[in-house]
Design a protein around this ligand. Structure first.
Ligand SMILES: [Zn+2]
Length: 917
């Protein structure tokens, strides 16, 4: 007889290899066909909802690794929520307006902007955006992300644009929208105003000059002919100089050097003397800043005054304490001049060239005007020093070119008007990581009004009309009308029709006696688009709500989408649009470098998926600490694949061992489980509890590590190992065998459920092989709550201690193997000498002790001279003196007792006789 035939070896068709790149697309197609996502919604439709609001990626180009990280994290959350009973609909979004698409058309597609109308150009932009959306949609689906892909929200659709007009109208109605001449960040390279969010800082080389302004009216304080010294790194703003700011409370000196008298801040005297090579400056007069108020100086090269003003923005961090003030080119300058009734002067055009308001320099690009202006200062004897410095300077985040500050007529959303409400709401939101709160708070505390107009074509128009005298018109009636027009025709109608045709029929206005009107040509900042999604999506779509439960984006969105959404939502509703804000870091290469074309280190998600599979990419996402910057490389992905293989093999092993288990028939009730099985069932409950808690805290790397460790430590090296001696050897229906299978079954089901949010493709595959009558899709099941296993701690404490004793024995066996005393642990006999009564009691009550330790015999003795000391027990290891049973490989003294089966131990002989003969 072939005894091998009588062993119940694991049996499963579940493949060892994942073959993910080929299998995943087929599986996803099946999900779409079976409407699995919709069924998940249906299942929970009467339960509380969980709303994750998708921040819209910009519809241009392939998804990069950062998108993959973002989308996969979102999918973890919504899948988990859905599997814990929440109604969790996901409406994917796309952001479509803005300069990059205009540039893509004019630069890459060679569209001749001047040869077509604005409306026609915008139609081409829309067409381009739609193509990009289709492409990106495909790529997002490949990640395994669920959502209502047939009904995404897109910022260029009619309903969306209409909702955005409504947000603008509400803000205007509350008086939060105004037009003003204001210094704004201006990008000559984009020919547009920029929001703070569109600025990044890079080093730039600039001239650094010290200039003297001659006092003409010193009041009772200074003498005519005294020189006030200013310092600047932007000589090109000197034609716009209208004043000099001093701090009211700072101490200033008049110092005499070579017969000339100079005014500077006292604290900066040494630094200035050093810069200007003054040998021994003599302080001849001291005064506090406020005494110099309204003293008059002369512009260094124009025939006009430069007024001394007082401002708290003056510091002694650098310069001279006397600050060159050009209200058309600086925020602080603007505000201090406003107090003195001085209007801004900004002699620079859209492209950055000086205008005729800067006589002598008209037609020069601002940066090129620095040299002739400095030369003129020298000629006039006003230049005290010229050098060059490298400093951090604002740049356009898209063109990477320097920006300037320039006063232009722009539309603004007043932040001041509701800043306190915003700050209060920031404190109500849960921020993850926690520093997000401080970051957001400081950003709003220091924030100026939001410049929302852009001088571009591809965007939502600012829905304002002008009367004949230029009075802007925004009324409930005009807003409602434009909203309705956009809802019906889309915003392109604004560029296709004249103002008259965009106004309600019969519209009149006292400032337009002739009945003619014009319309605003500027469009809105794109952050206003995406920042209106709470109104367009959360308030408008069925099943959604404001506030959403969570917004989750990259940490650059504190200044972007988190920011603009909060602004518009508080403005119109008084409330933040979100309860939780989660941010993640950037994806860097394996060496921690930023990915870039020039470095050639870009890892496209679509390529990773083709090579490894989406589940490997997802497992990687779950393994990293996403709140900081994370790394990805082939080497990292290979390590992740290794973990994936381990998890897959563990599940495969369990599947193989429950192949003949029908839960409806063979299940052993909790109270009838063998002790060790009940203990392992208890451990599983702890695992369920811990993993659920990690999901609730959005700590996905804990989910990954917990499950990985549970598979590797508790299952593979203990429970799955010793149990082979029962599962393979005992008769099919043996109670101990069914008891183990019951726990294996529940463990497998629970682990598959717990891992489904992370590895949906693979877990559905495992699910198909689980015996018994199960749901069609594991993603449509509910993750179990942990159940109570013990009513008291007695068994628990016993098994906990046993596991510690087992550690001692494992060490002893390891050492014996190193000393070549034994080969496999199964060949050995161990003698254990408990060190305490407690341990003695534990060992006396462990059934099948030798099996638990995977040795052929385990004896508990009161003493053993050769035993070596460990933590709880002394252990003596020796080679077992019995014969190895041909069937179970255990060394036993009973081999040969049954004469019909001379090579078997008694246990095996009995099993064979009762079942196979
Ligand atoms: Zn045997």
């Amino acid at each position: 007889m072939e005894y091998k035939e009588t062993l119940l070896m694991p049996k499963t068709k579940f493949p060892m290899r994942g073959n993910l790149p080929n299998k995943e697309p087929v599986r996803r197609d099946q999900w779409f066909e079976d409407k699995v996502y919709e069924k998940g919604l249906e299942k929970n439709k009467d339960n509380p909802s969980y709303i994750l609001h998708d921040g819209p990626p910009f519809a241009n180009g392939d998804l990069h690794a950062g998108h993959a990280l973002n989308n996969i994290l979102k999918d973890f959350i919504t899948r988990y929520k859905s599997m814990t009973g929440f109604y969790a609909p996901i409406i994917p979004g796309w952001d479509t307006h803005g300069l990059p698409i205009e540039t893509a058309l004019t630069k890459n597609k060679k569209v001749k902007r001047s040869e077509i109308s604005v409306a026609e150009f915008r139609r081409l932009c829309a067409e381009y955006a739609w193509k990009q959306i289709e492409r990106q949609k495909e790529q997002r689906i490949q990640l395994g992300m669920r959502g209502d892909w047939d009904h995404p929200y897109i910022t260029l659709t009619k309903d969306y644009e209409a909702a955005q007009i409504r947000v603008f109208g509400e803000m205007a109605k509350k008086g939060f929208i105004y037009k003003g001449l204001r210094p704004v960040h201006w990008s000559p390279s984009s020919e547009s105003a920029l929001a703070e969010a569109e600025i990044e800082y890079h080093d730039k080389r600039s001239p650094s000059i010290y200039v003297s302004f001659e006092v003409t009216d010193g009041k009772d304080l200074l003498q005519a002919g005294d020189n006030i010294i200013i310092w600047t790194t932007t000589p090109w703003t000197l034609p716009a100089n209208l004043g000099i700011s001093l701090h009211p409370d700072l101490e200033y000196n008049v110092v005499e050097v070579d017969g000339e008298r100079y005014v500077i801040a006292h604290d900066l005297l040494d630094a200035i003397a050093n810069e200007l090579d003054w040998e021994d400056p003599e302080i001849v007069q001291s005064f506090v800043g406020k005494k110099a108020d309204r003293i008059v100086a002369k512009h260094p090269f124009y025939d006009r005054d430069s007024l001394v003003m007082l401002g708290n923005h003056v510091t002694i961090d650098a310069g001279t304490g006397c600050v060159h003030t050009a209200p058309g080119h600086g925020d602080d300058d603007f505000y201090v001049c406003k107090e003195y009734g001085i209007d801004p002067l900004s002699p620079v055009d859209d492209k950055g060239y000086l205008t005729s308001e800067a006589p002598g320099f008209s037609g020069l690009f601002y940066d090129e005007a620095n040299k002739p202006i400095t030369e003129l200062l020298e000629e006039k004897g006003a230049l005290l020093k010229l050098s060059f410095i490298k400093h951090s300077y604002p740049h356009d985040w898209r063109t990477k070119k320097p920006t300037i500050t320039r006063a232009t007529s722009q539309w603004f959303a007043s932040i001041k008007a509701f800043r306190d409400e915003i700050l209060a709401e920031i404190k109500e939101v849960e921020w993850l990581p926690a520093w997000g709160e401080t970051r957001m708070y400081n950003m709003f505390r220091d924030r100026e009004d939001w410049c929302i107009s852009r001088q571009r074509s591809w965007g939502v128009p600012i829905p304002v009309f002008y009367a004949e005298d230029g009075t802007p018109i925004i009324t409930d009636e005009t807003i409602a009308h434009v909203e309705q027009l956009f809802a019906e025709h889309g915003s392109n109608i604004w560029f296709e029709k004249d103002a008259m045709d965009l106004l309600p029929e019969g519209f009149t206005h006292p400032n337009s006696p002739n009945g003619t009107f014009t319309k605003e040509e500027d469009i809105m900042d794109v952050w206003f688009d995406s920042g209106s999604s709470h109104e367009a999506v959360l308030c408008q779509r069925e099943g959604q709500r404001r506030p959403a439960d969570v917004y989750l984006e990259g940490s650059d969105q504190y200044r972007g989408w988190f920011n603009s959404s909060l602004t518009t939502s508080v403005a119109i509703s008084g409330k933040a649009p979100y309860k939780n804000v989660i941010s993640h870091g950037m994806v860097l290469d394996g060496k921690g470098k930023k990915m870039s074309k020039s470095l050639g280190n870009i890892m496209l998600p679509s390529k990773v998926i083709k090579q490894y599979g989406a589940d490997i990419l997802r497992l990687w996402v779950s393994s990293v600490d996403y709140q900081g910057d994370v790394r990805i490389s082939d080497e990292i992905l290979r390590q992740v694949s290794e973990s994936y293989r381990k998890i897959r093999n563990t599940f495969r092993f369990m599947l193989g061992n429950i192949a003949d288990f029908d839960p409806a028939v063979d299940r052993v009730a909790l109270e009838d489980l063998e002790e060790v099985d009940r203990y392992m069932y208890y451990r599983l409950q702890g695992q369920i509890d811990a993993v659920r808690a990690s999901y609730e805290k959005f700590e996905f790397s804990s989910v990954y590590h917990d499950i990985h460790d549970f598979c590797a430590v508790e299952l593979s090296s203990f429970y799955l190992d010793f149990a082979k001696d029962i599962l393979y050897i005992e008769a099919k229906d043996h109670h101990r065998r069914r008891s183990i299978q019951t726990v294996y079954y529940d463990t497998l089901v629970a682990l598959v459920q717990l891992l489904t949010p992370i590895l949906p493709h693979t877990m559905e595959e495992v699910w198909e092989y689980i015996p018994g009558d199960t749901e069609d899709y594991v993603q449509l099941t509910t993750i179990p709550e942990p159940t109570q296993v013990y009513t008291d701690d007695v068994q628990l404490e016993k098994w906990r201690l046993f596991m510690e004793v087992r550690d001692d024995v494992l060490k002893a066996l390891e050492e014996a193997r190193d000393e070549k005393m034994i080969g496999k642990s199964l060949e050995s006999k161990v003698t254990l000498v408990p060190k305490t009564k407690e341990i003695a009691d534990v060992l006396a009550s462990i059934p099948y002790l030798h099996q638990m330790l995977i040795v052929s015999e385990a004896e508990v003795a009161e003493e053993c001279a050769e035993a070596k000391d460990y933590k709880h027990v002394a252990v003596f290891v020796e080679k077992h003196d019995g014969e190895v049973c041909e069937r179970c490989w255990v060394s036993a003294n009973t081999v040969g007792e049954n004469k019909k089966h001379p090579t078997l131990c008694v246990r095996c002989a009995d099993v064979v006789e009762e079942n196979y003969v």
